[in-house]
Design a protein around this ligand. Structure first.
Ligand code: ADP
Length: 285
């Protein structure tokens, strides 16, 4: 049986509170975890089984008229490992229960609408775990760094997002916001790794280098996201992402603990179980 080496709930250690300082944040750290990589990988699998059951309970609730859902918001720069979280963490649960949405450069149609329009259309239905691979936060990240709209437009968005998320939460969606933060050196190594492998060339674009050149601006923009939108109802969990095994372990733990607190009971049968058993028995040959 996998050993639980969490020294404490990682949601405490990883939550971006008022004193959070991105500039000094150790991106190669493993906060809260008292074991090594092997132990971490084993425990991820163990927790994944719990996560899978919780997901099934949520799905069952949704099928029985419940309105609750979960939304995992994933943010991080290129190579931070968002795709790995989708594959390795969400890959541990039934794909039927997951609603994945990726947000890239807005389409011509999306650009004619408010920035939250395309986000609202991809919110998870009741009973699902929605996963946003990038999100509305791009509208205060890349949009800010690349000056795609004036500051007078993006600045009020922090408050607007907080208000929007609050309404979403009140309507029954548990919002879990995770930012994967890699170091500059690790991002460089991962990009070089893509160039070194022909089977990874498709993942590379020259635009990744243009984005990397704006590293400091992106760090400032992320720092403000954590400063202004890590709310009581929907805090940011900032995950050191240089060690992929830790990032996956931590996100699995955060999601599992959060869902365990939802009090997801199996729905009561809406039929007479004894009668159903008798009726079934009568069909046996
Ligand atoms: P990824 O790089 O995550 O594999 P894509 O290449 O499909 O995915 O697109 C992501 C790109 O879309 C990123 O460069 C991101 O900054 C950009 N993007 C996402 N949302 C917006 C937005 N609202 N405005 C402008 N660019 C955006």
């Amino acid at each position: 049986m996998a050993r639980d080496a969490w020294k404490h709930d990682p949601r405490q250690a990883l939550r971006a509170g008022a004193d959070f300082d991105l500039a000094t944040f150790d991106r190669a750290g493993t906060p809260g975890w008292g074991g090594d990589r092997d132990a971490g990988e084993a425990f991820t699998v163990h927790r994944g089984e719990e996560l899978s059951e919780l997901q099934e309970r949520l799905y069952a609730e949704g099928r029985s008229g419940g309105s609750r859902s979960v939304l995992l918001v994933l943010q991080g720069l290129d190579t931070a490992g968002k795709g790995g979280i989708v594959r390795h963490v969400m890959g541990m649960v039934d794909p039927q229960g997951v609603a994945l949405a990726s947000f890239g450069v807005p389409t011509a149609e999306e650009r004619t609408h408010h920035y939250l329009w395309r986000i609202e259309r991809r919110l998870p239905p009741p009973g699902r775990i929605g996963v946003f691979d990038r999100s509305h936060y791009e509208d205060v990240l890349v949009v800010r760094v690349d000056n795609l709209v004036p500051e007078a437009v993006w600045r009020p968005r922090y408050e607007e997002i907080n208000t929007w998320e609050r309404k979403l939460i009140e309507a029954g969606t548990k919002v879990v916001k995770v930012a994967l933060m890699v170091s500059h050196a690790e991002q460089g190594a991962r990009l070089m790794g893509r160039l070194d492998r022909p089977d990874k060339h498709w993942k590379f674009s020259m635009g990744d280098l243009a984005t990397r050149a704006k590293w400091d601006d992106f760090q400032d923009a992320y720092a403000d996201v954590f400063r202004y939108t890590s709310t009581e109802e929907a805090p940011w969990y900032v995950i050191p992402a240089d060690k992929k095994w830790y990032a996956r372990l931590a996100v699995t733990e955060i999601l599992t603990r959060t869902m365990a607190e939802l009090g997801l009971d199996w729905p009561q049968a809406t039929f007479d179980v004894d009668e159903a058993r008798r009726a079934l028995q009568a069909t046996m040959r």
